[in-house]
Ligand binder design. Sequence first.
Ligand code: FRU
Length: 496
Amino acid sequence: APYQETFRPQFHFTPKENWMNDPNGLVYHNGEYHMFYQYNPYGDKWGHMSWGHAISKDLVHWEEQKVAIPEDEEYMIFSGSAVVDHHNTSGFGTKDNPPMVAIYTGHKQEPEKGQDQQLAYSLDNGRTWTKYAGNPVLDEGMENFRDPKVIWHEESEQWIMVVALSTDYKIAFYSSPNLKDWTFLSHFESPGSELGIWECPDLFALPIDGDEDKRKWVLEVDLGAGEEGSVAGGSGGLYFVGEFDGKQFIPDEDAMPESESGPHQWVDYGKDFYAAVSWSDVPEEDGRRIWVGWMNNWQYAQELPTSPWRSSQSIPRTLELASHDGGLKMVQEPVDELQTLRGEQKSLSNLTVTNDTRSLADWNIQGKALEMKVTFTPGNAEVVGLNLRTGNDEKTVLRYDVSEETLALDRTQSGQVDFHADFPGVHVAPLPLDNGQVELHVFIDWSSVEVFAHDGVVAISDKIFPQPDSEGVEVFVEGGSATFDRIEAWPLKSIW
Ligand code: FRU
């Protein structure tokens, strides 16, 4: 049956069939969340790039639509964004029926080379799209110039485009009154952050410590293919905190805690969270900044052992800034809407474990689509952790190392790992104890694990491919005694 195949995510968006990569054109309009995505309508590997499309009323249940913007003879349709042009500045619609406008990269079909920025618009709530006859709207004669994210900048009352000069490790800013005519504003670069080519930038202001009146800007950039790549290797995201004045982004060094990796902070410490972008036009009374990322990594993206689709998006997450280590960190938390999928809660309190591994089956905690909240006090133990999706000779291990103060997700024995040499591995995040405790929020699906620690200051997102009957959950303690103060678990219903 569709959506029941081995490894088919049950609460993450996947296309029914064929290849998907980056989320594109995330936009809210008239009660619907739209998600477009890089899509190959003709096969399960990258190619014929077009914008696929899905719609949700609740960020949880998605309905796949027909391809929104197909490739044509001249161009493939690469990544980009979408906005609701409320004032009809583009003239594509009317004041009463403002157009939805997609701004994407046109990638010249072989044997030509070159990337430029183009528009398409919809007057029927995103159901049908028309490519603008005046395309391209921005062409600098460059080969690597892509992934425009466009925002309405309230203070200067104009459109701002953030776009990557991928192989120059630069972000360019442009402004426009009407989405058609663009003026260059500035470049942003960051010595020490050239760890992979730059792709899929995003720019937004976030509240600080929950205070809507105190905000700073975040510039997010994704690192693609490169020697070193992101923190866990290969594809991943980084970000800078600072100010944006309508012309340029100025990083705020005081707001960014010292980091070993360079002047930036990491978005996610796992290997499968790439090209994340945030929704435009979420209603002001809601006020959340929400994003999703592509749960894959270009190192092995085309080899994932799934059929007839390949790749999934992450769960939607909200973003905020929180004070940490004398600076500000971007924290990610799963959207509350996901709680509607919860089945009957199972829980336990004050379980002390000494040099042992305990199955949580005794408390009826198991499953392959499962949400868990776990708080533990390491006490005198050296290592405290959880084994997830355990079964015959396999497990995905979440390990907290007390002296190192690190949280690691180890997928070396997680099931199928040998389809690519860069897939198996251990992905480590720094995580100081919080009042002597560790607090984890974990989402387990048929082929992924997403971990949010300490209210989302650390996220680790990884694909896994265990056997379908590997449903166990265990807790373990090494080198002493630790107490699991509280464990809550909910089986999650399928969205399909
Ligand atoms: C990122 C990316 C983008 C590009 C798209 C092509 O994963 O390489 O830079 O627009 O994928 O599919």
